[in-house]
Write a protein that binds this ligand. Structure first.
Ligand code: 5GP
Length: 204
């Protein structure tokens, strides 16, 4: 009667550590938290696994799914499409889990417009200097890509005001604990749709 499953949207600056946080949350709560697997039009990168990292469906199929209204949200990022399939989210909710969408800001705002109940969380690095160092440490991008990502930071930060929560990722464990606290708080929020007063009285 009290429990409602949450749609958690997690975004953040590139290199803020959102992927690591989402992975840690699912590993810690495998029964209760699931991460939605996105579809993308881009190619598989070395080290990635089809149907595990993304559903790699190519551009034509992606566009056909847009036309057939199969996406809860989608966006074009660095020339490629990424999107959350409605079917995927329905499947995860049917497991009675909270569902995480690890997506960028344009997609997050589409979710906000569709559902006021979604919980939008923005992951921040402790500082700009630390962000640059993390991007260099993970050795995934070349120097030019890293500079492009850092140049995008100012424009990305303007989206922060549309989020419900800001979580600074200084220590991974602390960031995970903060999101766990957000989940508990959101589930305790007064919500007439899930707190059925009539049923509560009848059950006495
Ligand atoms: P990458 O190519 O590095 O895996 O991802 C590029 C960007 O696409 C990241 O910012 C990532 O969060 C975002 N992204 C991944 N999946 C989705 C999705 O389903 N929807 C949206 N809007 N963005 C996504």
């Amino acid at each position: 009667m009290y429990d409602r499953n949450l749609l958690l949207v997690i975004s953040g600056l590139s290199g803020a550590g959102k992927g690591t946080i989402c992975k840690a949350l699912v590993e810690k709560h495998p029964e209760n938290i699931q991460c939605s697997l996105s579809a993308t039009s881009r190619d598989v990168r070395p080290g990635e696994i089809a149907d595990k990292t993304y559903y790699y469906i190519g551009k034509d199929k992606f566009i056909s799914k847009i036309e057939n209204d199969k996406f809860l949200e989608y966006a074009e990022v660095y020339g490629n499409y990424y999107g959350t399939l409605k079917e995927e989210v329905q499947r995860l909710f049917s497991l009675k889990a909270d569902v995480i969408l690890e997506i960028e800001m344009q997609g997050a705002l589409q979710i906000r417009k569709r559902s006021q109940d979604a919980v939008l969380i923005f992951i921040m690095p402790p500082s700009f200097k630390e962000l640059r160092e993390r991007l260099l440490r993970r050795k995934r991008d070349c120097e030019e890509d890293i500079q492009n990502r850092l140049d995008k930071v100012t424009s990305e930060l303007k989206y922060i005001k549309d989020y419900d929560y800001i979580v600074v990722n200084d220590e991974l464990e602390d960031a995970v604990a903060k999101i766990e606290a957000i989940i508990v708080a959101e589930k305790c929020k007064m919500d007439e749709k899930t707190f059925d007063i009539e049923k509560f009285i009848k059950d006495i």
